[in-house]
Design a protein around this ligand. Structure first.
Ligand SMILES: Nc1ncnc2c1ncn2[C@@H]1O[C@H](COP(=O)(O)OP(=O)(O)OP(=O)(O)O)[C@@H](O)[C@H]1O
Ligand SMILES: [Mg+2]
Length: 918
């Protein structure tokens, strides 16, 4: 490959590219003692010579796009920075006093960080420098065939050569430190069997953030560049077929007739930003008039401020105005912020308008969504645009894709993920100009069928909508980004080396200070880069438009039967062997399942025992042994069909709670959520026995009926008092604002599942104060799961995502010991853990009504600052909630007042438009 074929020459490089100076023997530096070509694992020789600070004066060179800095540290600890503009005309100087001693490693960014060995094996006090270089195999030829770009890291007498994916491709040591120190543009160096030529200096910051490696992000603020072919070729050009031929006549006609479709100067108008010169240069070659794109006031008048911002963001992304040559976006707003409306506004705008010569940007848009939301999308289109403006086509059993193709009426197709797979061939044949994937976190796995199917569609404008946080698993994060903007983060191996590995490493407890710093820098850079096309706003932006939310965590005393069965289970051989660390075949998961069933209702456990004993084919030894002797604990004649509410602490509380709501707020309705169908059956039977009308949506509900069930329930005239909801089946995306009370009957390992369910009622359109109740069995595994949910958040600040179940959780023996302990004497283990000395006898004021003070006895620590609703509640935030024991004399809440007899403890928090969300 000739030099011109090196990637830096094709794509442009972050570092400045000097003129070409062929490498010659004369200026090639060779190591004095030895150089070796090494593979990744090969270790550097220890070099102990002290450099840099020993001389009292050391230098680092930094470079950004326009300015070069030269920093030098003198022996008094002052950093002198010389700034040289690339134009070479102006220079300025600035001096800043360093706070620390003039040790080079205290001053400069981490040396490398690709691997801790590098940091450990190199001279600790030496100055590390970074260069962009080109490399080739060493040869005596005059005209070198450069094989690629690389990054050279020099420190003391050693060098490391990294390819643009961050992999080490050469190492050497024994160079003259002075020569390495004076290495400069145009100079060459031998590293083992490779020869390199220095193209420019890379700043320590560009190295530690990873910017100097190969990623595909170019914004329009920088120079538009060609995109790697690999990521482009499967797409159609985004503007193809949409604009008319650019005949002179057309251009003339257009400029005369081109006016914005809506008045950009009207009050409350939402006008899209105009593309800059480089965008026009790329996409308006015909020189069509540039016309303001204005969102239809019919829809714009209803938009919340954050939605207006979101529409502008989406517009800029899909028009390729944010990242050059990329047209994808991820809208990750929290649940209920109206992602649907923002997309509808975008689709409607682009179907009718376009910035270049008024030509609509879209002809057809495809919306793919979970089956239960297909009709909801259609409804939302009608809600915001009426039935006159646009006809949307929903694919179902009776409405096949062919109908969409043959009818000129439709420009928007809404289809479920399942249906898409079934009709993939037909869909592939249609040219869509925009693809929206609702609840798109399911595309986090690039090898699943749905992702490959959607990737095969030749549509470059892609939007993922998700209310679930997406940044926890860096590989899944990459898959989502790769879907919307393929290639934007470079290849997977580059991404792993540059971002994933340093970030993951930095979060390990054994990470060194340098690794931590590097990981943080890389994470910050990743967030900055992806922030160009990912937008996430939290619930707080909408709180002021919503009615207050009262959230209560209710600790329900277990019944005598539950306690007895619980003790029996805990004394089983299986649990004892789990606690000795014998976890082959995951017996602990069976034990956890049994305890959770017992907490919901003993009859569920009874049923499992019976089924087990009736199924001789099932040779699950652990399960049989866990259930051994359990039937003897149940009363004689016990049957799972005729269960009684008095056997379950939570069910007793639930019954009282439902009665209180029914009596005190007869016009308000309740969503009752469980993760288990069998538990829903029990709850359904309970509804029946008390004569409460109900409706139900779970995994077995046909998709075609779901929207109808939701609509009927939300209707004013709905006879149903209770909506029984399986959180796993129907949690995402549903609007259940017809109810203002929501009860979480059981708890999931994953806080995101519970948060999803809670967001169904406290969302736009809700008119009443919302009451959320979470029922937990006191002292049981449920409390432990809850503590795990919240204390994990405290530690990591990250939110696990929906798909993580207990099977994915790794439990240490210590954790299992905790899980398998029953606290019979405590009225709330969670409160005990907070080490609050209130003894549950007094109210603790919510910070919304009283500022927390450091002197307050039950304070765990100072206020954590503004609570972040992205994260589930943390332990320290929980401390800020009002809390009281069930025996409390007079509870201000009339609903809680009615249930307190069976309740051992309560935490409660109110979020109102004037108070911050917890
Ligand atoms: N500006 C608005 N004014 C009034 N209601 C609105 C507004 N925006 C959205 N809504 C309503 O808020 C509800 C929630 O919106 P939507 O379903 O789009 O939320 P979402 O962001 O998709 O949430 P999820 O992640 O749960 O799917 C819908 O009933 C919608 O009609
Ligand atoms: Mg939604």
């Amino acid at each position: 490959m000739r030099r011109s074929a090196a990637p830096s020459q094709v794509l442009g490089n972050v570092a400045k590219k000097p003129r070409f100076i062929p490498p010659g023997k004369s200026n090639a530096l060779r190591p004095k003692t030895e150089t070796k070509e090494v593979d990744q694992d090969m270790k550097l020789k220890e070099v102990n010579e002290q450099q840099g600070s020993a001389s009292g004066l050391s230098k680092i060179y930094c470079q950004n796009q326009n300015v070069n800095f030269t920093q030098s540290v003198d022996s008094t600890g002052k950093v002198k920075t010389t700034t040289a503009c690339n134009s070479g005309n102006k220079c300025s100087r600035l001096e800043m006093k360093m706070l620390s001693t003039p040790k080079a490693d205290a001053t400069y960014l981490p040396t490398s960080g690709m691997a801790k060995e590098e940091a450990a094996q190199e001279e600790p006090d030496c100055l590390t420098k970074y260069f962009s270089v080109v490399w080739c195999k060493a040869s005596k030829k005059k005209h070198k065939k450069w094989e690629g770009d690389a990054v050279l890291v020099t420190k003391g007498k050693s060098v490391i050569l990294k390819d643009m994916e961050g992999k080490d491709i050469g190492r050497g040591t024994g160079y003259k430190p002075k020569e390495l120190d004076s290495l400069d543009e145009g100079q060459t160096l031998m590293i083992g069997g490779k020869e390199i030529e220095v193209m420019g200096v890379i700043s320590a910051d560009d190295f530690s953030s990873g910017r100097c490696f190969q990623t595909g992000i170019v914004t329009h603020d920088t120079v538009p560049t060609a995109l790697p072919q690999a990521s482009m070729k499967r797409f159609c050009k985004p503007f193809k077929n949409v604009c008319q031929p650019n005949t002179k006549e057309n251009i003339l006609n257009n400029s005369q007739s081109c006016k914005p479709r809506h008045d950009p100067n009207a009050s409350n108008s939402l006008v899209m930003p105009r593309p800059n010169a480089s965008h026009q240069w790329m996409f308006n070659k015909a020189g069509l008039p540039v016309v303001d794109v204005v969102v239809d006031p019919y829809i714009a008048n209803n938009l919340r401020p954050h939605q207006k911002e979101g529409i502008v963001f989406l517009y800029e992304c899909v028009m390729g105005m944010r990242v050059s040559g990329r047209f994808g976006a991820i809208l990750a707003d929290e649940m209920g912020l109206g992602k649907t409306l923002q997309c509808i506004s975008l689709v409607w705008t682009l179907l009718r308008q376009g910035v270049y010569g008024c030509k609509p940007v879209l002809k057809r848009a495809l919306i793919v969504t979970p089956g239960s939301l297909v009709k909801n999308w259609k409804k939302e289109f009608q809600k915001w645009l009426g039935s006159e403006r646009i006809k949307v086509f929903t694919v179902d059993q009776d409405h096949k894709v062919e109908e969409f193709i043959s009818s000129p009426l439709y420009s928007v197709m809404i289809i479920s993920y399942e249906m898409l797979l079934r009709s993939l061939e037909q869909i592939q044949a249609i040219e869509f100009n925009l693809l929206i994937c609702d609840e798109g976190h399911r595309l986090k796995n690039s090898s699943i069928k749905t992702t490959t199917a959607l990737t095969s569609l030749s549509c470059e404008r892609r939007i993922i909508l998700t209310g679930t946080p997406i940044q926890n698993d860096l590989q899944e994060f990459y898959a989502l980004i790769e879907f919307v903007n393929p290639g934007v983060l470079g290849s997977l191996s580059t991404y792993r080396k540059i971002y994933e590995e340093p970030i993951v490493r930095s979060r390990e407890p054994s990470a060194t200070k340098e690794e931590k710093e590097l990981g943080e820098k890389r994470a910050a850079e990743l967030t900055r880069l992806t922030g160009l096309f990912i937008l996430r706003r939290t619930q707080e932006v909408i709180n002021k438009f919503l009615p207050p939310k009262k959230e209560s965590i209710i600790f329900c005393r277990p019944t005598a039967l539950q306690l007895e069965l619980y003790r029996k289970l805990l004394s089983s051989q299986v649990i004892r062997s789990c606690l000795q660390g014998r976890l082959e075949n995951s017996p602990h998961l069976i034990c956890i399942g049994a305890l959770k069933k017992l907490c919901n209702h003993p009859c569920l456990l009874f049923k499992a025992v019976k089924e087990k004993s009736c199924d001789p084919m099932n040779d699950e030894h652990d399960e049989s042994s866990l259930y051994e002797g359990l039937t003897d604990v149940f009363p004689q004649g016990y049957s799972s069909d005729t269960f009684s509410e008095t056997d379950s602490g939570k069910l007793q509380v639930l019954v009282k709670l439902l009665a209180a709501i029914h009596e005190l707020n007869s016009s308000e309705r309740v969503v009752l959520v469980s993760n288990y169908t069998q538990t829903l059956n029990i709850l359904q039977e309970t509804c029946k026995s008390y004569g409460y009308s109900y409706t139900r949506l779970d995994g077995h509900t046909p998709v075609s009926q779901r929207q109808h069930i939701v609509d009927s329930f939300n209707s004013k005239f709905s006879p149903a008092f209770i909506f029984l909801l399986s959180s796993k089946a129907g949690g995402v995306g549903l609007n259940l604002v017809g109810a203002s009370h929501l009860i979480l009957y059981d708890i999931d390992w994953n806080p995101a599942t519970d948060i999803q369910a809670m967001a169904r009622v406290w969302r736009d359109g809700q008119k009443h104060t919302v009451h959320i109740y979470r029922l937990l069995t006191t002292g049981s595994i449920e409390e432990k799961i809850y503590q795990r949910q919240i204390s994990k958040q405290d530690l990591s600040g990250a939110v696990v995502d929906l798909s993580k179940t207990s099977e994915h959780i790794h439990f240490s023996v210590e954790e299992l010991k905790n899980l398998f302990t029953l606290h019979e004497d405590s009225s709330c283990v969670t409160h005990d853990l907070l080490e609050c000395d209130c003894m549950g006898n007094k109210d603790h004021q919510n910070p919304s009504s009283e500022k927390p003070s450091a002197s307050r006895s039950c304070q765990l620590g100072q206020d954590q600052g503004k609570p972040n609703s992205k994260k589930p509640l943390s332990m320290s935030q929980l401390m800020q909630w009002k809390h009281f024991s069930g025996q409390h004399q007079a509870l201000a809440d009339p609903f809680l007042e009615r249930i307190k007899e069976k309740v051992s403890f309560i935490f409660q928090n109110v979020t109102s438009p004037t108070s911050p969300a917890q």
